[in-house]
Design a protein around this ligand. Structure first.
Ligand code: B12
Length: 222
C-alpha cells in the first residue's frame, strides 16, 4: 500500500476536494504508479477509512456522498491505463452487478476495473439487479461466472434468489456464483448462507477467484 498517498487521498475526500484528488491521481500515474496499485493501495484504503469514520459518525453523509463522486473521478482518470492493457488475450466473460435493492456501486466498479485490467470481458449490469436479469444476461453473453456485489446484510440475502434460480434451471455446472462486498468481509459465514461458490475480500483477488470458478465449470476456460 502507498500509505502516504492514501492519506493524502483521504484528506482530499474528507475536504470534498475532487480537483485535488484528480491531481493526485494524475501525478501518481505520471510517476509510473500502475492503475491497479492506485485503486487498490491508494483509493481503496482511503474509502475504507471513510467507512470507519462514517460508522463513528465523524464524517457526514454529504462527505460520504462526495467520496463516491471522487472515486468515480479517480476511475475516469485511470481509464487510459485500462486501454493499455485491453490488448491482453481475453481470460473469460463475467456479468457483474449489485444485487436487488443494493445501490452501493463503488466496490463493484473497482472490481470491474480490476477484472478488465486482468483481461476479462465484463458486462456491467449496474445496481438493483434481479436474479432473472443476472441469469439471463449470463446466458446471453456466454459468461461462466456471475459476480454479485452486496454491501448490506438485508440485500445480501437477496443473492439466495440467484442461487435458487441457477439450481432450478439446472445451470449449476455451467454458471458459478461469485459474491463480494463489505458485508461478506465482516460476516464471512454469509458467503455460504447465500449459496455462493466463491468470494474475494478485495478487487485484487477477484481475478484469481473468478478464474478458479470458471475452471470449475463444465466448459472450463474459453
Ligand atoms: C459509501 C456508502 C454509501 C453510499 C454508496 C455510494 C455508492 N455509489 O456506492 C450511499 C450514501 C449512497 C449509501 C447508502 C446507503 N447505505 Co451505505 N455505506 C457506504 C459505506 C460508508 C462505504 C461502502 C463502500 O463503498 N465501501 C468501499 C468499497 C470499495 O469497499 P467494498 O464494498 O468492501 O468492496 C471491495 C470488496 O468488498 C470487493 N467486492 C465488492 N463487490 C464485489 C463483488 C465480487 C463478485 C467480488 C469477488 C468482490 C467484491 O472488492 C471491492 C474493492 O476491493 C458503508 C460503510 C462500510 N464500512 O462499508 C455504508 C453501509 C454499507 N451502508 C449502510 C446503509 C444502512 C445504507 C443505507 C440504508 C443508508 C440509508 N439509511 O439510507 C443506504 C442504502 C442504499 C442501498 N439500498 O443500497 C450500512 C449497511 C448496514 C448493514 N450491516 O447491512 C453501512 C455498513 C454503514 C453503517 N454502518 O450503517 N451508502
Amino acid at each position: 500500500m502507498h500509505q502516504a498517498l492514501s492519506e493524502l487521498m483521504l484528506q482530499h475526500i474528507i475536504k470534498s476536494d475532487r480537483t485535488g484528488a484528480v491531481h493526485l491521481t494524475e501525478s501518481a500515474i505520471s510517476e509510473g504508479i500502475p492503475c491497479r496499485e492506485l485503486l487498490d493501495g491508494v483509493l481503496l484504503p482511503a474509502l475504507q477509512t471513510c467507512g470507519t469514520l462514517w460508522e463513528k459518525r465523524e464524517i457526514s453523509l454529504a462527505q460520504i456522498f462526495m467520496s463516491g463522486k471522487i472515486a468515480e473521478a479517480v476511475f475516469e482518470e485511470c481509464q487510459d491505463r485500462q486501454a493499455e492493457v485491453s490488448s491482453l488475450p481475453p481470460r473469460g466473460i463475467i456479468v457483474l452487478g449489485n444485487i436487488e435493492d443494493d445501490y452501493h456501486s463503488l466496490g463493484r466498479r473497482i472490481v470491474i476495473s480490476f477484472m478488465q485490467a486482468a483481461g476479462w470481458r465484463v458486462h456491467d449490469l449496474g445496481e438493483d439487479v434481479t436474479a432473472e436479469t443476472f441469469v439471463e444476461a449470463a446466458l446471453r453473453h456466454g459468461a461462466h461466472v456471475i459476480g454479485v456485489s452486496a454491501m448490506m446484510h438485508s440485500t445480501a440475502m437477496n443473492i439466495l434468489k440467484v442461487r435458487e434460480l441457477i439450481d432450478r434451471r439446472g445451470l449449476h455446472d455451467q454458471l458459478k456464483l461469485a459474491v463480494g462486498g463489505a458485508v461478506f468481509n465482516w460476516r464471512p459465514e454469509l458467503v455460504e448462507q447465500v449459496g455462493a461458490d466463491g468470494t474475494s475480500a478485495s478487487a485484487a483477488g477477484a481475478d484469481a477467484e473468478c478464474m478458479r470458478l470458471q475452471m470449475a465449470t463444465e466448459k472450463g476456460a474459453p
